[in-house]
Ligand binder design. Structure first.
Ligand SMILES: *Cc1c(COP(=O)(O)O)cnc(C)c1O
Length: 366
């Protein structure tokens, strides 16, 4: 067993899915969004666990879809972002997104030239203003689709820019726009998949379900919905205390003399630091450096300095002594009888680096 790991409880994953399913009509399809390594939980394992229970897997990058195929995931896979690597898309039987006239033209050209079928969903603009075709382009889209033999329109989708909870009117407005597109396509197609709702809006706004919903964070734990449907967190970061030591009163602990012990203490060392757990960037990336760095620093501050109690032993908070290091954090275990030496570290699985092992359990426990 590794000293530090992210323990994912698949029982809770199934539990969350069943809670969400209670909100849906039995015919509503489910796309499980497993982008970003399934929000840190391990996309292949999560996809394997859900493959009997969902209709589609949603990925953000083509490589993520290819990874699922390499690991024998047979379900339909939907690429939510743009790509023009038609060959890889075709070879891996991935359903793609088309977000503009130009993309549609290119797809039709490639599929006609190669006589290979590729399925796609058309992304329509309803208020997010990221990717998506506009309503006034629909006639042109229709003309293009008439020339298309191998590019197969399977669905129409959009994305909510906000939640029903935060801005109900904006959500209603986006839904109304989406309905206009649906009315248009209903004239020509009768079996398209329409989808717009993410987790929060699936839970709070039934009229946004159409015939498929796209579920991300609600599968993995409580989300920011208005309605509380009792979702459970599915993962915990756990670590063994790898080293213990007595420190005498008056001695310094850690870097920069950031902590001076006021009494005799027993300290424990946990192998997680900025590098493994917090995703601190080592190199600037372009002009986003400042904002990204600020973001991470804020997170680190939030987790480590203001609320120091992010490391727990059987529910009891352990004090973090001094500043956490790149790969180690020191905690005070003086008054705690540590039997199994396993502590829990409360950080988001999204911050838990890929090099930290994910382990999967399916027992009932919380
Ligand atoms: C990430 C994403 C989702 C899932 O969002 P959650 O709020 O995590 O449920 C759905 N659709 C698209 C297009 C996404 O990018």
């Amino acid at each position: 067993m590794s000293d530090i790991y992210l323990e994912v409880n698949l029982h809770n994953l199934y539990y969350n899915l069943s809670k969400i399913k209670k909100q849906l009509n039995s015919s509503t399809m489910i796309m499980a969004v497993v982008k970003g390594n399934a929000y840190g939980h391990g996309s292949v394992e999560i996809a394997k666990a859900l493959s009997e229970d969902v209709d589609y897997f949603g990925v953000g990058l083509l490589d993520e879809g290819v990874e699922l195929r390499k690991n024998n995931i047979q379900q339909s896979i939907f690429l939510m972002g743009p790509s023009n690597d038609y060959k890889t898309i075709y070879d891996n039987n991935i359903t793609m997104s088309i977000c503009s006239l130009n993309e549609l033209e290119n797809l039709i050209k490639w599929t006609n030239n190669n006589q290979k079928k590729i399925k796609f969903h058309l992304k329509v603009e309803t208020g997010m203003n990221r990717f998506g075709i506009n309503y006034n382009q629909l006639e042109e889209i229709k003309l293009l689709l008439e020339q298309s033999t191998y590019a197969i329109l399977e669905g129409i989708y959009s994305h909510f820019a906000t939640t029903y909870k935060n801005n109900k009117n904006y959500v209603l407005n986006q839904k109304e726009k989406f309905d206009k597109y649906k009315t248009f396509f209903d004239n020509y197609y009768n079996d398209l998949i329409y989808h717009i709702a993410n987790s929060e809006n699936t839970i709070d706004f039934k009229h946004a379900h159409y015939n498929m919903v796209r579920l991300g964070n609600a599968l993995f734990g409580p989300c920011n919905s208005q309605k509380n449907i009792g979702l459970k967190k599915i993962s915990k970061v756990k670590s063994r205390i790898i080293y213990t030591k007595k420190v005498n009163k008056g001695e310094n602990i850690g870097y920069g003399n950031s902590y001076k012990s006021k009494q005799n203490k027993i300290i424990g060392i946990i192998p997680i630091g900025f590098y493994d757990g917090m995703g601190l960037l080592k190199k600037p990336i372009g002009s986003r450096f400042l904002s990204v760095t600020k973001y991470y620093l804020k997170e680190i501050y939030r987790y480590l300095f203001r609320s120091k109690t992010i490391i727990y032993y059987e529910g009891l908070p352990l004090e973090i002594l001094g500043r956490p290091n790149m790969q180690y954090t020191i905690v005070d275990i003086t008054n705690i009888k540590i039997d199994n030496m396993i502590v829990e570290i409360k950080i988001s699985p999204m911050f838990v680096k890929e090099n930290i092992k994910r382990t999967y359990v399916s027992e009932v426990k919380n």
